[in-house]
Design a protein around this ligand. Structure first.
Ligand SMILES: [Ca+2]
Ligand SMILES: [Ca+2]
Length: 350
C-alpha cells in the first residue's frame, strides 16, 4: 500500500519581544527595567559593554542615555523624564530599529524541492510520499529576525523532539532567513506543521495608547462589551492624563458590564510571557485575560487590580498554551467607574 500522508503547513508570523533568550550572539539584546522614586545614581562594573545606551522616556520615546565611564566603573543617573520607571538598553546594537510596526512575512516556500504558493497557511493536500524537507524564506522589513526563537511543531509537538532537524541561514543584517526543516520519517497520517517566526521589536502594538483612531479608541486595539444588554452603558477611549501622554480609559456606566479592549498577539506556543504596565483604578475592578481559540484552548485571567489613585505598576506572568494557535490579549473591566491602563509591555519571561 502506498503511503499517502496529508500535510498542512501553517506559518505564524509575529512581531515580538525586546529580550530574546537563545538568540545567536549577533542579535542579542539585554534590556534592563529600572524603577526609582527618588534621584538615583546607578553604578555598574567597568566590564559591562556600553554602546549607544538608550532608555524609554515617559512619552514612550527612545532617547540616548548619558553614561560616565571611568576606571572605577560605569555610572549613570536615572533620567528625570522617565518618571519612576524605564526600560534601558545599555548596549543598543546598531541593527535594532525602534519602533517596529511590521511583522515578518513569508517570501518563498518549497516542499521537497517543489515551490509552494506563498500564504500564511499552505495546504499541501494528499501526498504520495511524506516529503523529506520544507524550505521557507522569511523576512522582516525593520528588524532582524529572532533566529534563536524560531519554533517548529508537528501536530503540536516539537519537530526536533520527533527527530526532525532545523537549519537557519540568516542574512548578514538578520532581516532575512532561510529556514530548512528536515522532516523525520512520518507514518501515514494527517499532519500540521507550524513554523513560528518573530522579530526583535516589542510584541504589543500601540502599548502606550498614543495613536488614536477617529472613534477615540486606540489604534491596534478593539473595544466592546461581552454579554451586552439593553441597559449596558460604557465608554472606552484614549484620554489625556496618561502616565505618558494618553492612556486607555475603560469606563463602566450601567450594568451588566463585561468590557473588553483586545489586541491579537502572536505568541510562541508553550512560551511564558510577562505582561507589565501601569494602571489607575477608581474601584476594585480591571484585569487582563489571555485567550486562545475562542476561550476553548486557553482562557487565563490576571488577578483583579486593586483601587489605585495614582499610576501603579502591575505585572502578570502567563504561559501561552502549547496547543494554541492564535491569541488575543484583553484588558477588561466589570465595574462601574473608570480604570486606566498605560505603558504596557508584553515580552517573553527572561
Ligand atoms: Ca518587524
Ligand atoms: Ca501613554
Amino acid at each position: 500500500m502506498k503511503s499517502i500522508p496529508m500535510m498542512r503547513l501553517g506559518l505564524l508570523l509575529a512581531a515580538c519581544t525586546l529580550a530574546i533568550p537563545g538568540m545567536p550572539a549577533d542579535y542579542q539584546l539585554e534590556a534592563i527595567t529600572i524603577a526609582a522614586n527618588a534621584p538615583l545614581e546607578v553604578h555598574i562594573s567597568a566590564d559591562e559593554a556600553v554602546n549607544n545606551p538608550v532608555y524609554l522616556d515617559a512619552q514612550g520615546q527612545w532617547k540616548a542615555l548619558k553614561v560616565d565611564k571611568s576606571a572605577q566603573g560605569i555610572s549613570f543617573a536615572f533620567p528625570n523624564d522617565a518618571m519612576g520607571s524605564t526600560v534601558m538598553l545599555l548596549n543598543k546594537p546598531a541593527w535594532l530599529t525602534l519602533p517596529d510596526t511590521d511583522v515578518p512575512a513569508v517570501d518563498a516556500a518549497s516542499c521537497g524541492g517543489t515551490p509552494l504558493e506563498v500564504a500564511p497557511d499552505i495546504n499541501l493536500g494528499h501526498l504520495e510520499q511524506a516529503p523529506r524537507n520544507l524550505f521557507v524564506t522569511v523576512s522582516d522589513a525593520t528588524n532582524p529576525l529572532a533566529a534563536g526563537r524560531v519554533a517548529v511543531t508537528i501536530n503540536g509537538r516539537s519537530a526536533t523532539d520527533l527527530g526532525g532537524s532545523l537549519k537557519i541561514d540568516q542574512s548578514k543584517d538578520g532581516k532575512h532567513a532561510d529556514i530548512i526543516l528536515t522532516l523525520p520519517d512520518l507514518p501515514r497520517d494527517k499532519y500540521e506543521i507550524r513554523i513560528t517566526v518573530t522579530d526583535a521589536s516589542p510584541l504589543l502594538k500601540n502599548a502606550d495608547f498614543e495613536q488614536v483612531a477617529d472613534n477615540g479608541v486606540p489604534v491596534s486595539w478593539s473595544a466592546g462589551a461581552w454579554d451586552e444588554a439593553a441597559e449596558t452603558k460604557y465608554e472606552t477611549k484614549a484620554v489625556d492624563g496618561g502616565r505618558s501622554g494618553k492612556a486607555l480609559m475603560i469606563h463602566g456606566i450601567a450594568r451588566p458590564l463585561n468590557l473588553i479592549v483586545g489586541q491579537a498577539v502572536d505568541l510562541v506556543p508553550g512560551e511564558t510571557y510577562v505582561l507589565s504596565g501601569y494602571y489607575k483604578n477608581e474601584g476594585n475592578f480591571g484585569h487582563a485575560s489571555l485567550i486562545a481559540g475562542g476561550k476553548k484552548v486557553q482562557y487565563d485571567n490576571m488577578p483583579g487590580l486593586a483601587k489605585a489613585d495614582d499610576w501603579t505598576p502591575f505585572s502578570w506572568e502567563v504561559t501561552a498554551a502549547p496547543e494554541g494557535k492564535t491569541w488575543t490579549l484583553y484588558l477588561r473591566s466589570t465595574g462601574i467607574g473608570k480604570v486606566y491602563f498605560d505603558d504596557l509591555n508584553l515580552a517573553p519571561k527572561q
